[in-house]
Design a protein around this ligand. Structure first.
Ligand code: OSB
Ligand code: MG
Length: 368
């Protein structure tokens, strides 16, 4: 497949509600979109990099620079046969998985369309819908947190995840458990603790959490393994797993019992698939995380989560959890029973609303 041109854009989109994590508050999202032109047709992808280097060292700015300076020049005007060939072309660039993944996922969408298959089926998905969870940011008060949870449970979400940090953890979770003893509940610390907090974190064991996500530092598999030995609550790794090698080593060390796969974080669908398979072999379930994506990244996540070892609801909520108006048609909606249906059209499976994208664009460049 020959890539004739590549367009990069940054959009400015307001989140319906500000999202607060242990990194800080986010009100506006600046999604970096990529459009590949292949045989006169457009294939869209989304880079999940955030505005600042908090969740990852990558940012919208660094991803733009890597795409423009290295990744796009490596593929432009070239015949790229398949994803393996694309990965070979990108291999000399160290890291920058989010920038690479944006291309890899758009390219895979193009391959799926050429193969006349919906992305989910092209990736080897085995179900037609996925179970949807919701990730709730840190709130000003416990009352507000309980109200947010009540609303999302009414909407039908299957699993509640709450962001925690020191000072907003045990009391918040205890209040939720008192109100909702039975719901499927988990907490995400985004690396806000260290191993010395183990005695504090052990308190979570009494809440019957589905898992505790990324309590310790990025890349610290050894301390996560030590913490997991002290906790009954399963540890799930997010930031720490940047590749299949990380996943293999985490599993060997016993650093986690669950893995959150975000295709953007690990470099794309192919690496996600390798992590998925390693975890399946180790009888470790995976689920698909989110990065406050637009409908483009969301379509990718939904497709990936149809693979068989995605056995837990993901942070793949409906479009209206994030946006007044999504940039794809149709938007992703929560079905009865808290599921989201995987698109059945060929390729990405949703239509990009180009006029809306145009209106939201704050930066654009066509490389050809
Ligand atoms: O740690 O999972 C995370 C959002 C941005 C960066 C990191 C994370 C998150 C979320 C939100 O938890 C997931 C979503 O709903 O997209
Ligand atoms: Mg996380």
């Amino acid at each position: 497949m020959k890539i004739d041109a590549v367009e990069l854009r940054v959009l400015k989109m307001r989140l319906l509600k500000p999202f607060r994590t242990s990194f800080g508050v986010q009100q506006d999202r600046y999604p970096l979109l990529i459009r590949l032109e292949v045989e006169g047709r457009s294939h869209w992808g989304e880079c999940v990099a955030s505005e600042g280097p908090w969740y990852s060292y990558e940012t919208v700015e660094t991803a733009w620079q890597l795409l423009k300076g290295y990744l796009v020049p490596a593929i432009l005007g070239r015949e790229v046969a398949d994803v393996a060939a694309l990965e070979t072309l990108f291999a000399p660039v160290r890291g920058h998985h989010m920038a690479k993944a944006a291309v890899e996922m758009a390219f895979t969408g193009a391959l799926a369309e050429h193969a006349r298959k919906p992305l989910a089926r092209f990736l080897g998905g085995t179900r037609d819908r996925i179970e949807s969870g919701v990730s709730i940011g840190i709130q000003a008060t416990v009352d507000e947190l309980l109200r947010a949870i009540e609303k999302h449970l009414e909407e039908g979400y299957r699993r509640i995840k709450v962001k925690i940090e020191p000072g907003w953890d045990v009391t918040a979770i205890a209040a939720i458990r008192e109100r909702y003893p039975e719901i499927s509940l988990m907490a995400d610390a985004n690396s806000a603790y260290d191993l010395e907090d183990a005695v504090h974190l052990v308190q979570f064991d009494r809440f019957g959490l589905l898992m505790l996500e990324q309590p310790l530092a990025v890349g610290d598999l050894v301390d996560h393994a030590a913490l997991q030995r002290q906790l009954r609550t399963p540890i799930c790794l997010d930031e720490s797993i940047e590749s299949a090698r990380d996943a293999r080593q985490a599993l060997q060390l016993g650093a986690c019992r669950v893995i959150n796969i975000k295709p953007g974080r690990v470099g794309g669908f192919a690496e996600s698939r390798r992590i998925h398979d390693l975890a399946a072999e180790a009888s470790v379930p995976v689920w698909c995380g989110g990065m406050l994506e637009t409908g483009i990244g969301r379509a990718c996540n939904v497709a990936l989560a149809t693979l068989p070892n995605f056995r837990l609801p993901g942070d793949i909520s409906a479009s209206d959890r994030y946006w007044a108006e999504d940039i794809v048609e149709p938007p992703f909606v929560l079905q009865k029973g808290g599921t989201i249906v995987a698109p059945t059209r060929w390729g990405l499976g949703v239509r990009v609303k180009v006029e809306l994208v145009e209106r939201l664009t704050v930066r654009r460049e066509l490389l050809h």
